[in-house]
Design a protein around this ligand. Sequence first.
Ligand code: AMP
Length: 121
Amino acid sequence: MSETIFTKIIAKEIPAEILYEDEQALAFKDINPQAPIHFLVIPKKPIATILDMTQDDKELVGHMHFVACEIAREQGFDADGFRTVMNCKEYGGQTVYHIHLHVLAGKPLGWPPYQERLKVE
Ligand code: AMP
């Protein structure tokens, strides 16, 4: 898989505001926050999209969610709640092809995440 900006963050070749790190995962603040709290949880293993996960990656993807919850409890936004999002490919709005879990918190978040009304045929 080709190198991405996240590979460089894992290798500490470019800076990031790191919130958590272990052998499998890294969490850091999103450079362009879409909520008062917005960070990303990524696996150290490069997986381009969630469609590329294998049977062997199931625990790793679960671990990413577990890390998100640990940070929520640590930072105290677990009580109010938060949103996790993983964008997939073009229509999902994915721009970095190394899977990442967005964690958004700090205010009530709108839903649905698109503006157009679905056309009923
Ligand atoms: P996505 O559009 O789902 O692929 O999300 C990619 C996210 O990565 C966006 O929210 C970007 O703001 C964020 N991002 C890109 N480069 C960096 C960086 N160097 N440090 C932190 N976040 C970044």
